[in-house]
Design a protein around this ligand. Structure first.
Ligand code: ATP
Ligand code: MG
Length: 243
């Protein structure tokens, strides 16, 4: 099967720091792939490079067969890649419905008017925000702002969804719901690359994991094997094992 996403030699430097160092991996259609690694290992930078928020210094990214490295974010989104941000960034002066409508209008759906409104409300319902269509994002709890982020990403009708710690900070009930929601998106045919620290979620959701440390890929494979890998354990605990 040919890959949906194929990344080779992807690198990005910030001054003297090589934040992403010659990363090579692929994601097949239908997969849920976890991108793990300790704080500062380069995970968010990878999502920024894939989604066009940042330009790579080197490397290639093929998405659905298109060479997208360095292309602007809106072009990549229109090819069918959507993402959520680790720090949520809704359009503060628009209601939740209107936030989602912008994604429907300017994404590849190109949906406007009454049908788009119906669809926006359905997407908000899907992520558990059905009651908040008329609410401003600033009035939502943090968790609900993350739900809104997801609804906006889904409005782009993605084939590949990049989630940056979308499950972080959820209570146990919300976490179960969140995991169920991600699984249902996968069941609907959306391929998912998720950056996550919540190990239970990784174990129960991911078909495969990639682990980064200081910009480099240090392990990849099935979650159970990867999480038991001594090099991965060392990376999470720190070199001296004291952390
Ligand atoms: N725009 C930027 N300018 C300068 N340095 C940056 C920038 N973005 C990230 N970095 C640095 O690059 C490294 C990787 O950061 P990144 O945010 O990708 O890590 P992360 O794995 O997502 O961490 P976390 O788990 O804490 O979210 C860090 O040292 C960070 O300080
Ligand atoms: Mg991050």
């Amino acid at each position: 099967m040919s890959a949906l996403l194929e990344v080779a030699g992807l690198s990005r430097r910030f001054g003297g720091l090589l934040a992403v160092d010659a990363l090579t991996f692929a994601v097949a259609p239908g997969e849920i792939v976890g991108l793990l690694g300790p704080n500062g290992s380069g995970k968010t930078t990878v999502l920024n490079l894939l989604s066009g928020v940042l330009r790579p210094d080197a490397g290639t990214v093929a998405f659905r067969g298109h060479a997208i490295a360095g292309r602007p974010a809106h072009r990549i989104a229109r090819l069918g890649m959507a993402r959520t941000f680790q720090l949520v960034r809704p359009l503060a002066s628009l209601t939740c419905r209107d936030n989602v409508l912008t994604g429907l209008a300017f994404g590849r759906r190109n949906a406007w008017g009454a049908p788009a409104r119906t669809e926006a409300d359905a997407l908000l319902e899907r992520v558990g925000l059905g009651r908040a269509c008329e609410t401003l994002p600033g009035e939502l709890t943090y968790i609900d702002q993350k739900r809104l982020e997801l609804a906006r990403a889904l409005a782009l009708d993605p084939e590949l969804l990049l989630l940056d710690e979308w499950l972080a900070g959820l209570n146990p009930t919300e976490l179960d719901e969140g995991i169920g929601l991600i699984r249902s998106l996968s069941g609907q045919g959306i391929t998912i690359l998720l950056v996550e620290h919540v190990m239970n979620a990784i174990r129960s959701l991911c078909h495969r994991c990639l682990v980064m440390n200081t910009g480099r890929l240090i392990a990849s494979g099935m979650p159970a094997a990867v999480l038991a890998d001594p090099e991965v354990i060392r990376a999470y605990l720190g070199d001296d094992g004291d952390a």
